[in-house]
Each structure stands twice: as structure tokens, then as C-alpha cells.
Design a protein around this ligand. Structure first.
Ligand code: GLU
Length: 479
């Protein structure tokens, strides 16, 4: 049996689109499920779009989510080079061969814009099947090339009828050859277009499964023609629905959720993002939703990929992220949360205690900054905040209970939640107050807020004894 070989073939655009990362994940999982190889190939033939440092972002992202590749530009392999711009000579050789075999032709028409990767520019001079250069004999074309005339190599669509091919997700697909354009395969500068390079590379790298967005379906008959002309076998096609913002709009970098880096910067954990995107177009056939990468490796099958639109639901991702945050060990969470505590450093606060308060409550790490702002800076508040019917408090009652709280807390030498809570409860009872009449005003006194992450005594533990007493004093002065 042939070894399964999949490839992730990103263009270095400077960020990792969520849809591309999902493609990579499916490629990776197909390879792992079959004991095969996962190959990384950098598709940088469109030099106009080249972005400095972009390849590094690809490496870092894949490593960060644990998708290690078996062959690639940085580690080599038997089928290199793995960067398309280093394979120019290979494409040229095959493009000229394809001309000899009748699958392509030389075209001397002035290109609208030289080196254009996009083929739309061909519309005016090259209506389907009407490229005037098709009338130039091969001998004559070769003479013009030898004389130094600039040219491109264009695909020749020499078939009539319907192209039929199988796709793992979409089933049988029929496309009329009439719908195919005779696009550029090799540009004037000798660079291939995607439409040519992907075929040559997938064949030469022995790729068995190609996973890519469904926007490539309509071009697939063109690729199949090239395979056929060379006498090669096409790979197994796995086209997946594109990741959408909603039914009409693609998820784009502009709306801020499309890039892996943006999501991580917003406080989503890489593991949660990976888990979420696995389910955007695939389902395990069970109720389980939380999967680590190694669990996915065990349960993934191509048959459960589906063609329904993949709508990116940030609410669902946020929920999932919360699950991942809660699953972290206390140490791991504290270590991660420390990145969000800059505004709290150097104050003698008990940040471990703060992490323990936050871990069950935070869904996205960036929320930490906002949720803890009151610890860094007491917000201005009106004493009307002490009025709370449910807690049966008024500013008048608060004045008494805050005096009491001050005395009780000032006398404590142990400063943990249990001690604080039981001491205040006892003092309240002994003085005829309800728990809420001391705890609610204390929360207001320590935070200037009606609601906080964690209760009054938990906040006091984070603030430490002296800042707690200090804030109670400020409250008493107001009251
Ligand atoms: N370089 C193409 C892209 O980034 C790859 C498509 C494919 O996987 O064939 O969209």
C-alpha cells in the first residue's frame, strides 16, 4: 500500500487564517490516522504578496499547536526543496514538457500586467478557447522565443464535454470543459502560477490527499487535465467548505477574528482554538466536543467531514476557551494569568489568591485586565451604592458594619478566606447584623463596585491586610 502523504501548502501572507489552520489540521490528521507523513510546503510564487517574516509565523503557529511536520523547508526531506520559489527550474522544465505534450501552449499576447498571478486579466484577449496564439505553430513559437520575445505558457483546454471527478466531501462533481479558461501556467518571469505549481509539486512530492478550500473545486478539472496529459494519477481530493463569518460573508482578517494570532492576542488559548476549528466542518459522531490534538488523531476520519457551511461562532469558541481555562492546573493558570497582571505588580497583593478567584470565572484571558482594574485603582463611587434592598443595607447600616469589619479585620493575624469569612460572620451575628449587611458593604468598600469576581473576603485576601484596612478607612470617611 502507498504511504499516505499530505501537505499543508500555505502562502506566506503574514498571518495564519483560521481557515488555513483548519486545512492544516485536517491534512495533519489524515496523515496521522494512516501512519503517514505530513509535509509543509511554502507557496511563495506570488512575490507581490511576499511578506517579510511570514514563513516564521507559519512555523511558529504550527509548532504552537503541536502540529509537527515530517518534511519541510527547515528540516528537509527526500522531496525538496519545499519552498516553491526555489523550484523554478523544475516548473520550467515541466511547463515546456507540457507544451510538447499538447497540454499547454506559448502565448505572446501582451499581458495586461506582467507577472499577474490572477488570471482574470486574460478575459479580453483570451476568451475561452480563443487564444489567438493557439494558431501559432510550435516551431514558430520556438523561433520567437529564441529571438528573445517575452512569452507565457498557457494551459490548452483541448477537451469537450464534462469533466467528472470524485471529492471525499462533495462526492461526484461534474464540470463542463467549456467553463475552464486557458490560464497562465508559467509567467513571463519564469515563475509558475498556483494552478501549475500545485500539480507539479503534489505529483513530485507523492502527495496522496489534497485538502483545500472549496473555492478550488472549479479549477480542479484543469489540474486533472495536467495530470492526465503527463500520465500521472491525481491525488484524492478533499475540498472543505470555507470558514464563514455568516451565511454571506467569508471570515476576513478585517473583522478581527480570522487570524490565529489575533485570537491568541485576545486571550484565546491555542489548544482551544485548535479544538474549535476541528469541529468547523467535521464531527466526531458523538456528543464529545472537547478534544486534544492527540485525541483527534485517534478519532478523526475523513468520512465525517461535512459540506455544510462552516460558520465561525465566536460565542461557541469563547465557551470552549472557558472550558480549557478551567481545565488548566492552578499553577498553569497562574503562570498564564501573570501575563495580565502588570497593573497589579509591586503592591504586595496575593496574586496566587487572585488567580484562584479568576480561574473559574474567566472565559477569555483578556477579560482579566478589565475584571481586575478595581484592584489597581479604586473607582470613584457614590455612597448610594451601599443601598441594597436585597442585602438589607443602607449607607447608615454600612457605616456601622464597616466600623465593625475594621476592628475585626485589624485584629486578625491569619489572612485567609476562611478566617476572614468566619470572623466577619461571627461578629455580624454577635452584633445583630445579617451576613449580607457586613459582606455586601465590604465588597463595595474594597472595590467600589456592586459585583466583583469573587466575594468580599476573597478580594480582601488578594488586597492583603493593610490595603484592605486602608480601603475600609476611605469608605468610612465617605460614610
Ligand atoms: N497556497 C494555497 C493557499 O494558501 C494552497 C492551496 C492548496 O492547499 O492547494 O490557499
Amino acid at each position: 500500500m502507498m504511504e499516505t502523504r499530505t501537505r499543508f501548502a500555505p502562502s506566506p501572507t503574514g498571518y495564519m487564517h483560521i481557515g488555513n489552520l483548519r486545512t492544516a489540521l485536517y491534512e495533519y490528521l489524515i496523515a496521522k490516522a494512516n501512519g503517514g507523513k505530513f509535509i509543509l510546503r511554502i507557496e511563495d510564487t506570488d512575490q507581490k504578496r511576499y511578506v517579510e517574516g511570514a514563513t516564521d509565523i507559519i512555523y511558529k503557529t504550527l509548532k504552537r499547536v503541536g502540529m509537527n511536520w515530517d518534511e519541510g523547508p527547515d528540516i528537509g526531506g527526500n522531496f525538496g526543496p519545499y519552498i516553491q520559489s526555489e523550484r523554478k527550474a523544475i516548473y520550467a522544465e515541466y511547463a515546456h514538457k507540457l507544451v510538447e505534450l499538447g497540454g499547454a501552449h506559448y502565448c505572446f499576447c501582451k499581458q495586461k500586467e506582467e507577472n499577474e498571478d490572477d488570471e482574470e486579466e486574460t478575459q479580453e484577449t483570451h476568451e475561452k478557447f480563443k487564444d489567438p496564439c493557439l494558431n501559432i505553430s510550435l516551431d514558430e513559437a520556438k523561433k520567437r522565443i529564441a529571438a528573445g520575445e517575452p512569452y507565457v505558457i498557457r494551459q490548452t483546454i483541448n477537451k469537450k464535454g464534462t469533466s467528472v471527478f470524485h471529492d471525499v466531501v462533495y462526492g461526484e462533481i461534474d464540470i463542463d470543459y467549456n467553463e475552464l479558461d486557458e490560464g497562465v501556467l508559467l509567467k513571463t518571469d519564469g515563475m509558475p502560477t498556483y494552478n501549475f505549481a500545485n500539480v507539479i509539486d503534489d505529483h513530485l512530492m507523492n502527495i496522496t490527499h489534497v485538502v483545500r478550500g472549496n473555492e478550488y473545486i472549479s479549477s480542479t478539472p484543469k489540474y486533472n487535465l495536467i495530470y492526465e496529459t503527463f500520465g500521472w494519477t491525481p491525488p484524492i481530493y478533499v475540498h472543505v467548505p470555507q470558514v464563514m463569518k455568516d451565511a454571506q460573508h467569508k471570515l476576513s482578517k478585517r473583522n478581527g477574528d480570522a487570524s490565529f494570532q489575533d485570537l491568541v492576542a485576545k486571550g484565546y488559548l491555542p489548544e482551544a482554538v485548535l479544538n474549535y476549528i476541528a469541529l468547523l466542518g467535521w464531527n466526531p459522531g458523538t456528543e464529545q466536543e472537547i478534544f486534544s490534538l492527540s485525541e483527534l488523531e485517534k478519532v478523526f476520519t475523513c468520512e465525517r467531514l461535512n459540506k455544510s457551511p462552516a460558520i465561525f461562532d465566536i460565542t461557541k469558541l469563547t465557551w470552549m476557551n472557558g472550558c480549557y481555562i478551567r481545565n488548566l492546573s492552578a499553577e498553569e493558570f497562574h503562570k498564564t494569568a501573570m501575563n495580565y497582571y502588570d497593573h497589579l505588580l509591586g503592591r504586595g497583593y496575593n496574586l496566587e489568591a487572585l488567580s484562584a478567584v479568576l480561574q473559574p470565572r474567566v472565559e477569555v484571558l483578556n477579560d482579566i485586565t478589565e475584571q481586575t482594574q478595581f484592584l489597581a485603582q479604586m473607582p470613584e463611587y457614590d455612597i448610594a451604592l451601599y443601598e441594597n434592598a436585597k442585602m438589607k443595607t443602607t449607607p447608615e447600616i454600612a457605616k456601622n458594619t464597616m466600623k465593625l469589619a475594621y476592628d475585626v479585620l485589624a485584629g486578625l493575624s491569619v489572612w485567609d478566606n476562611e478566617t476572614l469569612f468566619s470572623s466577619l460572620k461571627e461578629a455580624a451575628a454577635a452584633n445583630g447584623f445579617k451576613n449580607g449587611q457586613i459582606l455586601y458593604p465590604l465588597r463595595v468598600a474594597l472595590s467600589g463596585l456592586q459585583t466583583t469576581p469573587g466575594g468580599a473576603t476573597e478580594i480582601a485576601v488578594v488586597l492583603g491586610k493593610s490595603e484592605t484596612l486602608n480601603r475600609i478607612n476611605i469608605a468610612l470617611a465617605k460614610l
